[in-house]
Design a protein around this ligand. Structure first.
Ligand code: PLP
Length: 389
């Protein structure tokens, strides 16, 4: 394809890492995963990282952990403020744990939650905000953190789309009590499947570790705040303290993650160069609404919403993109409340969600990759120029 939505980021180093694991004979979660957790957490200047088998699992373990905190746990029926645009598995764990969603529209410029509506979304039952930085562009995380602190709310940051983005020098994925990352194939770094939870809270760290592996105590140190060791080693070996899952990653994912992490700064730099070119090609053209950078984006991909005032035909644009061999797709998951699955949710929207609906009906995104996209972006510009008359 001339301009793909996604592109591989693996090279010889990742293949060598796979072979290192093969040679070790240990394929299930062990030293490589532990090393990757330490290295990843250090990169984000956070004390604790727990690797899991996907970003979705990182979300599940994070939400679950908040239900088992000793102090002020979440309980079913609590309300959570969420943006109208995100991926389905940002929301599903919230539904699975019996939380009620207050769905807030996105800001049309950034495509992130419109923080001006937080006050309206707040009720006496609100316990948590789930900000999501969409497609590399940081949400207004400083304002969200302040608002949450002021009202005694948890922040769970789904940062699966914005690894290596930052605001005033602080990386996204560090603003929440819990923060999730995805290493799926198409993401900033890839372990093919994989995810991570970062936290600065020792109790939450231990909860996520236990929830990742059957809810047992095996991976927890002797001085864990979650339980008191039994003297009987026989029973202690198979001791379950939480209704957990098996979300463990493979050693292969830990090993490839370590190699990918080394390449992340250079890959981000190239993606940002592509982003600068994209902006220079499209900024100021009133036909197209493009994502406005807040803080420093890690440029996951490039969004385009056809300006409704210009009477453009998205189907004609799609046909032209197909003809030009340019990949495109819906912006993340579109407006979440437009999906059939919401029939299973307890939710309310805060207002009518006009911006999320516009992104759903008139938007799309094209890929960004860790190599120079000058020819691809120039062709995109030419194709859209022709199709948008
Ligand atoms: C915002 C967001 N959260 C969660 C996920 C889930 O990540 P994974 O595909 O690793 O399960 C994605 C996936 O793209 C995502 O975009």
């Amino acid at each position: 394809m001339f301009y793909e939505l996604t592109a591989p980021t693996w090279g010889d180093e990742e293949i060598a890492a796979l072979q290192r694991v093969v040679a070790s004979g240990r394929f299930t979660m062990a030293d490589e995963v532990a090393a990757f957790e330490r290295e990843f957490a250090a990169y984000f200047d956070m004390p604790y990282g727990v690797m899991v088998n996907s970003g979705s699992s990182a979300n599940l373990a994070s939400v679950a952990a908040l239900f088992y905190k000793a102090d002020r746990p979440l309980v079913p029926g609590d309300e959570v403020i969420v943006p109208a645009i995100s991926w389905a598995t940002t929301y599903h764990p919230l539904q699975q744990y019996g939380l009620k969603l207050r769905v807030v529209d996105v800001d049309l410029d950034t495509l992130n939650i419109d923080v001006r509506q937080l006050e309206t979304a707040l009720t006496p039952r609100t316990r948590m905000i789930v900000p999501v930085s969409i497609l590399g562009n940081p949400a207004h995380l400083e304002e969200i953190r302040d608002f949450a602190d002021h009202h005694g709310l948890y922040v769970f940051e789904d940062n699966c789309e914005s690894m290596d983005a930052s605001i005033n020098g602080r990386k996204t994925g560090t603003f929440g009590e819990l923060n999730s990352f995805s290493f799926f194939f198409s993401h900033h770094i890839s372990t093919m499947e994989g995810g991570m939870v970062l936290t600065a809270d020792r109790e939450l760290y231990h909860l996520v570790k236990s929830l990742r592996a059957h809810g047992w105590t095996r991976d927890l140190p002797a001085d864990s705040p979650l339980y008191k060791r039994w003297p009987n080693q026989h029973f202690e070996q198979y001791r379950f303290i939480l209704p957990g899952y098996n979300l463990r990653p493979l050693e292969f994912s830990g090993a490839t993650g370590r190699e990918q992490l080394k390449k992340l700064p250079a890959m981000t730099a190239v993606r940002r160069q592509n982003h600068a070119l994209f902006r220079s090609l499209f900024e100021g053209d009133e036909r197209f609404i493009i994502q406005k950078e807040h803080g420093t984006s890690s440029a996951f991909s490039f969004t385009i919403i056809l300006n409704p005032a210009k009477g453009l035909d998205r189907e004609a644009v799609f046909a032209a993109l197909r003809e030009a061999d340019i990949g495109f797709r819906v912006i993340t998951g579109g407006c979440f409340t437009r999906h059939d699955v919401v029939r299973y949710y307890d939710y309310e929207t805060v207002g009518d969600l006009p911006n999320a609906n516009l992104a759903h009906d008139a938007g799309f995104f094209v890929g960004n990759h860790a190599f120079d996209l000058t020819p691809q972006l120039q062709k995109l510009r030419a194709v859209l120029d022709q199709a948008c008359v």
